[in-house]
Design a protein around this ligand. Structure first.
Ligand code: NA7
Length: 534
């Protein structure tokens, strides 16, 4: 086989399609029993994309993008999963996908120039190239709270939600965490449960989505110029086409600033963070946006103590991923919802009956852990990956992930990471970044074939240079000031480095295109091992 792809989310599906276009043989190995990746696993109540559906979709096929119809401005998980299934069927991808197949080891056989993968069922699969399409937020993380196993009721993780319906009717439910997943789930669970207790360690900033049914005019405005708008989006910082204000928040007067924030708050969604050009680089500018959101929280939430507890104070707005909600803050006005501020009363233990904080026990029938992921590296390091000389990825990344362009790690020939650490990935519209990386890998493999080489790998100096550059760019922004999963802070013992590339989707694409145009600068090509020996 020419290539094995790990993961049948959007990255794996498109990669398979492109490899077939090159005339290559390829198979996807997928742990789940269906396609969809993130959208297969994250089926918690309220799960929804925070990038508009007209943009959170593939652009590679004009007929596909014209024929698919989204029902809402922000699509909910079931609809996005239907879309992933549609893509798999429309391009006849399933015949090359092996479901219920989890990879536990991938090792490069230098003598044969082959990757040897082993599944948890003990099967070995070999291929010339190995493409990791394993996702950035796919290794779900449960917190190390003492007594977790002793709880008598049902427990759930938002990122591993069961496929059978979950009914909270009449139950006392507790939810741990207030990140994007919790902020989407809380209003929906509150509707059903007898009582919902929200255990909050760090409050987050959330912007209303103003989600609504898709209207024909809006859909038409995209579809009539789809190719052109997609091209434009690829040049932007986040890969999302929304109005960007080129002004600094500090160069306009207070009224104009307030007006800009109010308009964006009213329109909803992550475009709020594009209200001014310097919100993520200048603390004083950022403070003006953070203050605006805190004032909205205080205006919405009726109980002043609850409102205060919900106001984020310890990170600049946007430096932890901004949340997008439907009725999140309003939910705390319900009599059957309680906020527990863990900064005042920390969790001591999970007991058979519920969750005990320093203030006493909260009796619960079910606990939802919305406690996030081992982001960007978790899925990769969850496998044993060995490159040249048996060097493992875990050792190579002992001080934090390093990879040239976030695409290839030095010493791991013919292994590619789609949206790996060091690429814009989670700071962007994932669909745009996935398509760009898949296209890049496709071009690189075509080049490899044209020059008759057997392996390509990142040069160690190029890798080091890229990591240095990515770090410099990150430290010009406010992002490193937050204890975020971007920095690996949520995982005990994980090296704290800023993992995604923050230079922007458009800039990153230009850099990659330049590297390709200059004959794939920073990549090393080698002939067939046997031919080299001869
Ligand atoms: P996040 O954003 O990592 O949120 C996890 C939440 O869980 C966050 O509020 C954490 O608080 C909280 N948490 C984690 N461990 C604990 C313990 N031990 N006790 C209390 N609270 C805890 O994950 P999400 O799934 O919401 O979102 C991930 C991304 O998916 C999101 O950004 C979107 O891109 C989609 P903390 O902030 O660490 O104090």
């Amino acid at each position: 086989m020419d290539a094995v792809i790990v993961g049948a989310g959007f990255a794996g599906l498109y990669m398979l399609h492109r490899l077939r276009g090159l005339g290559m043989t390829a198979t996807i190995l997928e742990a789940a029993d269906d396609v969809g990746g993130t959208w297969y696993w994250n089926r918690y109540p309220g799960a929804r994309c925070d990038v508009e559906s007209m943009q959170y979709s593939f652009s590679f096929d004009e007929a596909l993008q014209q024929e698919w119809r989204w029902s809402e401005r922000f699509a909910a998980q079931p609809e996005i999963l239907r879309y992933a299934r549609h893509v798999a069927d429309r391009f006849d991808l399933r015949r090359d996908i092996r479901f219920n197949t989890r990879v536990e080891r991938a090792a490069f056989d230098e003598a044969a120039s082959l990757w040897r993968l082993r599944t948890t069922a003990g099967e070995e699969i070999t291929a010339r190239h190995c493409i990791m399409a394993t996702g950035c937020l796919s290794a779900a993380r449960l917190p190390d709270i003492p007594g977790r196993e002793t709880f008598r009721g049902a427990t759930y993780h938002t990122g591993r939600w069961p496929h059978e319906p979950v009914d909270f009717t009449g139950l006392r439910v507790g939810i741990v965490g207030t990140g994007s997943s919790a902020i989407q789930a809380i209003p929906v669970i509150a509707e059903q449960a007898a009582h919902l207790t929200v255990f909050q360690r760090t409050p987050n900033f959330s912007i209303p989505s103003r989600n609504r049914a898709m209207d024909d005019e809006y859909e038409g405005s995209w579809k009539s110029r789809y190719a052109e708008r997609r091209r434009h989006a690829r040049t932007l910082r986040t890969g999302i086409d929304y109005p960007l204000n080129p002004l600094s928040a500090l160069e306009v007067d207070a009224d104009a600033r307030e007006g800009e924030y109010a308009t964006r708050w009213q329109k909803g969604g992550t475009a709020f963070m594009a209200a001014f050009s310097d919100l993520l680089t200048n603390q004083a500018a950022n403070d003006t946006a953070a203050d605006f959101v805190r004032r909205q929280i205080r205006a919405i939430v009726k109980n002043p103590a609850t409102a205060e507890a919900l106001c984020p104070t310890n990170h600049p707005i946007g430096t932890k991923r901004i949340c997008v909600d439907t009725g999140y803050y309003e939910t705390f006005n319900r009599p059957d919802v309680t906020l527990v501020d863990l900064r005042r009363t920390p969790i001591e233990a999970i007991t058979p009956e519920g969750i005990r904080t320093s203030a006493g026990e909260h009796a619960l029938d079910a606990i939802v852990f919305a406690t996030g992921f081992d982001a960007m590296t978790g899925a990769l390091l969850g496998m044993e990956i060995a490159g040249r000389g048996g060097e493992t990825l875990a050792r190579h990344w002992a001080a934090g992930p390093v990879a040239y362009l976030g695409l290839m790690a030095a010493g791991f020939p013919n292994m590619f990471m789609i949206t790996g650490p060091g690429s814009p990935s989670v700071l962007s519209n994932m669909m745009v970044s996935i398509e760009q990386h898949v296209d890049l890998v496709t071009d690189l493999l075509a080049h490899l074939r044209d020059r008759g080489a057997a392996t390509v790998e990142a040069d160690a100096a190029a890798e080091e240079g890229w990591v240095r550059h990515a770090n410099e760019v990150a430290h010009r922004t406010l992002y490193p000031r937050a204890n975020s999963w971007y920095m690996g802070v949520n995982i005990p013992g994980k090296p704290q480095v800023f993992m995604p590339y923050i230079g922007g989707v458009g800039t990153y694409r230009e850099i990659c295109d330049g590297i390709a145009a200059r004959g794939w600068e920073g990549f090393r090509f080698a002939p067939e091992a046997s031919r080299a020996a001869a």
